[in-house]
Design a protein around this ligand. Structure first.
Ligand SMILES: [Fe+2]
Length: 275
């Protein structure tokens, strides 16, 4: 059975229909990758996915990276468990609580992730939505004058999760950080994508502190404009796969009294961002 790609009625994304993730043919894997490049975000619904099958699904898009922490809820080093479930008062997963500002995964590394697949196992009654911006459409929406201004600019990003308060630049330099083109080119289709985020972008090189902050804020406002964002309300059995080069994402708050358990594989990239 061949799969169907149905675009979401949103700024980005498509639902994949007719795919059994336990048995992905080579033809389906190619179709999935094409849809990933075109729509930046794929949604698969109503499938309970075992860890081994989540890894195989991720491998349709590239090699799978290792997680920083092996959780007892998986036991595998290629599965990142994102959860607020606690044992003896300690979270057994990563990124346990609360909202997260828009960010691009691993943007502080030389070669950030190409993408990720995230599968919902347990979700709270309300909240914990994941929002995605379309960074390609956002770039294309800029005026030609602003696109010209961004040409050749570099931005430095540093590791930061769970806080949006900017520190001074010297403190940011203490954390893992990397400098990338502010507008990156996607090798497969030559599209341009804004590579900036509220959470981890510290500085645009060559600009004054004030000009840099103003430009980062201006671009983040474009990215985070509701018209440029798809907000996903999770159901158990949902899986989202995103192109981390063409999107940024954020999480809304959710009650600490309710369990949330997500499993993720991170898809590695093979090249550092190109300008
Ligand atoms: Fe993330």
């Amino acid at each position: 059975m061949s799969l169907t790609v149905r675009p979401l009625d949103a700024a980005l994304g498509a639902q994949i229909i007719g795919l059994d993730v336990r048995d992905i043919s080579q033809t389906s894997a190619v179709a999935l990758h094409e849809a990933f490049l075109k729509h930046h975000l794929l949604l698969i619904r109503d499938q309970t996915i075992a860890d081994a099958d989540l890894v195989k699904l991720g491998e349709c898009f590239g090699a799978i990276g290792k997680s920083r922490m092996v959780s007892p809820l998986s036991g595998r080093d290629d599965i990142m468990v994102i959860s607020n479930i606690r044992e003896d008062g300690k979270p057994v997963g990563q990124l346990p609580d609360g909202e997260m500002a828009f960010h691009i995964d691993q943007i502080y590394r030389e070669t950030p992730a190409k993408g990720a697949a995230l599968h919902a196992v347990e979700i709270p009654d309300a909240g914990g939505d994941t929002m995605f911006s379309n960074n390609v459409a956002a770039y294309e929406s800029l005026s030609p004058a602003l696109q010209k201004r961004l040409e050749g600019l570099l931005a430095t990003h540093s590791f930061q999760y769970g806080e949006t308060q900017r520190e001074n630049r010297a403190e940011a330099q203490e954390r893992p950080h990397y400098t990338h083109p502010l507008v990156r080119r996607i090798p497969e289709n030559d599209k341009r994508s804004l590579s900036v985020c509220r959470l981890m972008t510290d500085q645009i090189e060559g600009l004054s502190e004030d000009d840099s902050r103003a430009l980062i804020a201006q671009l983040c406002d474009v990215l985070e404009n509701p018209a440029n964002v798809y907000s996903h309300q999770w159901r158990v059995g949902d899986t989202l796969i995103w192109d981390n080069r063409c999107t940024s994402h954020a999480r809304t708050d959710f009650p600490t009294t309710q369990r949330r358990l997500m499993k993720r594989v991170t898809i590695k990239d093979t090249v550092a961002p190109l300008g």
